[in-house]
Design a protein around this ligand. Sequence first.
Ligand SMILES: Nc1ncnc2c1ncn2[C@@H]1O[C@H](COP(=O)(O)OP(=O)(O)OP(=O)(O)O)[C@@H](O)[C@H]1O
Length: 283
Amino acid sequence: MTTTARDQLLSADGVTVRFGGLTALDDVGLRVAPGSVVGLIGPNGAGKTTLFNVLSGVLRPTSGTISWKGGPPPGRSPHHLARAGISRTFQGLNLFPMMTVLENVVAGADRTARGGPVSLVTGLGRHHRDERELRARAEATLRRFGIAEFAARLPGTLPYGIQKQVALARACVADPELLLLDEPASGLSGQQIDDLARQIRGFSEHMAVVLVEHHMDLVMRVCDHIVVLNFGRVISTGTPEEVQADPAVTEAYLGTPAEDTATVPRGGGSAVSDPSHSDGGTR
Ligand SMILES: Nc1ncnc2c1ncn2[C@@H]1O[C@H](COP(=O)(O)OP(=O)(O)OP(=O)(O)O)[C@@H](O)[C@H]1O
């Protein structure tokens, strides 16, 4: 069966981004189907962050189009994206340091708030019932993420792994249809990455997920579809197995033709490693 942009949640077609004389993305296409997990990988400087920024509306491409459910993308502000059903996490977590864990997650629930984002910050113009609903929703989300006991704590007083869960809870509290994850495994231990893999597969029962990630083991375990970038171009796409078997991918990562890299392990969860991240990608 042929799929069209209309069958997709998110589509990118012919996306090119130039920064002055540098072409960071060159004619890139991508499809994200409902409920799928799509990974963006590639060596350093390949264009992953630039594509992520285009998909999340932060960056307007020099040319090319982004479609959301077959139509134009929602506005570029985080609030427009949230209301459309798109949510994201940040590499640097971006939690509000002076707000408690619960308040951080309430702030992520503004898609359902009638008072809008200004009232979330100021408290003005919001109905008490809205406030109660938001708080109840945030508390339920904290329980779902196993972090309810930290509700009253400031994020900076918590271990990094818990802070990451707070950031995920904030991104998921409004039940988005598309969750964009920017290096979700960075800074996590092996056990935490195992837990994260299960969590991401669980997310895909309710929403589509796009992740930029250097941790190849995680990418190969959780993704239905992978897009490999190098020097701003898509050099391979397919299932984890297809991408791992593609000599162009091995060559891009190792900088040598595939026939010279016969010892690179295949078939396991981490067949394609990123030599630029000697810690296995958990930078
Ligand atoms: N704002 C910018 N101005 C100029 N050049 C930029 C800008 N942002 C990115 N670039 C360049 O665009 C190219 C792609 O960068 P990008 O950060 O998207 O790659 P990446 O795959 O995310 O890399 P990494 O894995 O190191 O984070 C790089 O050559 C980078 O130097």
